[in-house]
Design a protein. Structure first.
Ligand code: SF4
Ligand code: SF4
Length: 391
């Protein structure tokens, strides 16, 4: 006999009240599922996760979406949004469905240390708050004051992870080179909260965001430069909901403008074939496509190659929506497909502009043992390498 499933309108209402305002618009056409990067890989998660079905389960309040493999699989890449004929805000719906279990205390085991560290240290990487600004030692970065135009907000990953710290240092070098008026408040900041909000912990996100908003307002911050497109998303799209209104730009947008105004130039040459990987949160979520390409093309000798899946069709690295902390078996990682895209194009370097993309693509490149033919670099590192080429 078929199993009897109970429709729970209470659960449906709870999901909607948590922010899934457009859940009822879904007409189950399945175009979202077709575009989802999970259709490009095989494995347990790929078999279990179907975003169309997840919307249906949510609409009916039916059991089934709350399994970890389903509920926490979405990387929030936004690819599915490109084609949805009903403009369903699929990612908000996923976030709300996650909230139903997270608010009840059921965060998956692997994510508990992340949330614990955010509560205790203000960052997801178990780094001590006192060491948040350690990467700045010897760099002579001014503190933000009322006379400073921009606050430079550096992503937690680039504050604590040694590989990622190179991104923050390169961005600082370029901002100084272009004569930008900027300063930092790093020691007093906490995580922007973007990923934990996507994971459904609204309460923890609110705590983090309110702490930053209070700090920024007390110091007179009006404009923010971010090193990560995820922080950019949070400041632009999440913080206004809590009364935090700041003009945020990703460093590539600002440097792109300064390049056009003639305030930034890249003097050195770097004769390399370079493919650009559009980070989902810089491209699809914030529509910044031209600035990173213009910066790459400003490097004498650099040849820009376009990957097949590019701009608003860019393939996700697999690190958004909290998946940067997920254990994904080798052979099922989106980043591996991206490395293969770049190798097939015969690129020397795969450049991107996001700390999470760097983590995922670096891992994929070493996993595939392609390090001898392809280098993965963050755009700021590439521009600095061109300014000061190796001898
Ligand atoms: S594309 Fe939009 S309308 Fe179609 S199934 Fe997906 S969410 Fe529903
Ligand atoms: S946001 Fe990306 S991973 Fe999530 S359902 Fe849409 S296409 Fe799939």
């Amino acid at each position: 006999m078929d199993e009897v499933k109970e429709v729970s309108l209470e659960m449906r209402d709870y999901i909607v009240s948590s922010g899934a305002d457009t859940l009822s618009l879904c007409m189950q056409c399945g175009l979202c599922t077709n575009l989802c990067p999970y259709r490009l890989v095989t494995g347990e998660v790929s078999e279990a996760f179907n975003i169309r079905k997840m919307q249906r389960l949510g609409q009916l309040g039916l059991e089934g979406f709350e399994e970890e493999n389903i509920l926490f699989a979405c990387v929030t890449c936004g690819m599915c949004l490109v084609n949805c004929p009903r403009e369903v805000e699929i990612i908000n719906n996923v976030r709300s469905m996650r909230n139903t279990t997270v608010a009840a205390g059921f965060l998956p085991g692997g994510l508990r240390p992340i949330a614990g560290s955010l509560h205790a240290n203000g960052n997801p990487w178990a780094g001590e708050q006192e060491k948040r600004a350690k990467w700045q030692d010897g760099l002579d970065i001014p503190a933000f004051s009322e006379e400073t135009e921009y606050l430079l907000y550096v992503c937690c990953t680039s504050c604590y992870d040694t590989r990622s710290q190179k991104i923050a240092k390169s961005v600082v070098k370029l901002l100084k080179q272009a004569g930008v008026s900027f300063g930092v408040l790093t020691s007093d900041e906490v995580c922007c909260g973007e990923s934990i909000r996507k994971l459904g912990d609204e309460e923890l996100f609110t705590k983090l965001a309110q702490s930053n908003i209070q700090l920024f307002n007390s110091k007179g911050v009006k404009k923010i430069i971010t090193t990560s497109p995820h922080c950019l998303f949070s400041f632009k799209k999440d913080y206004p909901e809590l009364g935090g209104n700041f003009e945020a730009v990703h460093y590539t947008e600002l440097l792109g403008d300064l390049l056009k105004e003639g305030k930034l130039s890249i003097p050195g040459e770097l004769a390399k074939k370079v493919a650009f990987h559009d980070p989902c949160y810089l491209g699809r979520h914030n529509e910044v496509y031209d600035a990173p390409r213009e910066l790459l093309q400003a490097v004498p000798g650099a040849e820009l190659l376009e990957l097949g899946r590019t701009k608003n069709k860019s393939l996700c690295c697999g690190g958004g929506g909290g998946r940067v902390w997920a254990e994904v078996p080798f052979g099922e990682r989106f980043g591996e497909l991206r490395i293969t895209d770049a190798v097939d194009k015969k690129a020397d370097i795969l450049v991107t502009a996001c700390p999470y993309c760097i983590t995922m693509l670096d891992d994929a490149c070493s996993g595939l043992e392609k390090g001898d033919v392809l280098e993965v670099m963050e755009l700021s590192e590439f521009l600095c390498a061109a300014s000061q080429p190796k001898v």
